[in-house]
Design a binder for this molecule. Structure first.
Ligand code: NAD
Ligand code: IPM
Ligand code: MN
Length: 356
């Protein structure tokens, strides 16, 4: 099992080091893992003048799976768009055909007190957000800048989905729901957007093949509200790239912290890129403050989805649960009566819990 490790910027290297430690611990127990690192994002720009340097892309293409930290930071914000770290992540998703982004929002019972919602609203929460990842306004053409008739500057982007793009992500939504509680909520803005009208038609059509799944539709504004009003009504949510980006950050807070949300980005053959949902957190970078659990949980998703190592994936998830039960908390999930630790100590605690 070949894993390309792209740590990136900010807290990226700190959190990825913890996940690699966990994978290496499993390696000592017999899992045959090969890990190779390459510069990516701002680090890619610093090393090669490109956020996705050619050797990094080659490594990712040759690997079975990719583990990413996060990219971006103030140092790179003024660069022209093609050189910006965020373009590295968008390009690698596109190059590898990673159209299906799975973002599970699961509340560990130990963290019910740090969720921003009341315990009775969130306890037992287990949602899967299925976000389309290589279409929509993120990639639609044309886009750019121009001057209008009054010589005012305009910026424009194109929101666009083709029927096959909607169909394949809808399939992932339904098959995911079939394996869970058989409820799928499709989120769109059908009352306003032409893209969303097609989205809703196609998702409904795919739904005819899955009579066992209860399909509902919500407008994205209502979905955003329902997520904080009564999040447990959701089982699987399927949505486009932009809405999924926003709703998954929102959902992360139900679980206590964005530092808890892992993700898997898959192609049609379950090759995948695994990364936390959060960014490079420049405000806490280099201070041993970042929560590595989202990245560690992403490595569990890697074992599950790309390597079909369900037992090993569960071992990591059980180890995370154990360290939380033992009271270990990074600052983002700390509350009185628990034990505040840094990034490295949290990683060590997970490794120790794996072994016990
Ligand atoms: P962010 O997710 O980096 O940070 C938002 C807030 O959450 C910050 O206060 C941060 O300290 C906190 N946070 C994030 N991850 C944490 C963790 N693991 N532990 C504890 N706290 C954590 O979002 P932002 O500030 O909007 O963006 C910062 C940079 O990251 C930008 O350059 C952005 O483009 C980039 N970004 C990258 C990715 C990615 O690489 N996939 C995702 C999102 C944002
Ligand atoms: C995410 C991030 C990215 C996105 C950015 C960094 C391009 O916010 O993975 O959620 O918008 O997809
Ligand atoms: Mn995001």
């Amino acid at each position: 099992m070949k894993i390309a490790v792209l740590a990136g910027d900010g807290i990226g290297p700190e959190i990825v080091a913890q996940a690699v430690k966990v994978l290496e611990a499993l390696g000592r127990d017999g899992l045959k893992l090969e890990v190779e690192e390459a510069p990516f994002g701002g680090a890619g720009f610093d090393a090669h003048g490109d956020p996705l340097p050619e050797p990094t892309l080659k490594l990712a293409q040759a690997a079975d799976a990719v583990l990413c930290g996060a990219v971006g930071g103030p140092k790179y914000d003024a660069l022209p768009r093609p050189q910006r770290p965020e373009q590295g992540i968008l390009r690698i998703r596109k190059e590898l055909g990673l159209f299906a982004n799975l973002r599970p929002a699961v509340l560990f019972p130990e963290l019910v007190g740090v969720s921003s919602l009341k315990p009775e609203v969130v306890s037992g929460l287990d949602i899967m957000i299925v976000r389309e990842l290589i279409g929509d306004i993120y990639f639609g053409e044309p886009r750019g800048r121009r001057a209008n008739a009054r010589s005012e500057r305009e910026g424009f982007d194109t929101m666009l989905y083709s029927e096959p793009e909607i169909r394949r992500i809808a399939e992932i939504g339904f098959t995911t729901a079939v394996k869970r509680n058989r409820k799928l909520c499709s989120v769109d803005k059908e009352n306003v957007l032409e893209t969303s009208r097609l989205w809703r038609e196609v998702v409904s059509d795919v739904g005819k093949k899955y009579p066992q799944v209860e399909l509902t539709h919500l407008y994205v504004d209502n979905a955003a509200m329902q997520l904080v009003r009564a999040p447990k009504q959701f089982d699987v949510i399927v949505t486009g790239n932009l809405f999924g980006d926003i709703l998954s950050d929102e959902a992360s807070m139900l679980t206590g912290s964005i530092g808890m949300l892992p993700s898997a980005s898959l192609d049609a053959k379950a090759k995948g890129l695994y990364e936390p949902v959060h960014g490079s957190a420049p405000d806490i970078a280099g201070k041993n403050l970042a929560n590595p659990l989202a990245t560690i949980l992403s490595s569990a998703m890697m074992l599950r989805y790309t390597f079909s190592q369900e037992a090993a994936a569960r071992r990591i998830e059980a180890a995370v649960k154990k360290v939380l039960a033992q009271g270990y908390r990074t600052p983002d999930i700390h509350e009185p009566g628990t034990r505040k630790v840094g990034t490295v100590e949290m990683g060590d605690a997970v490794v120790a819990a794996l072994q016990s």
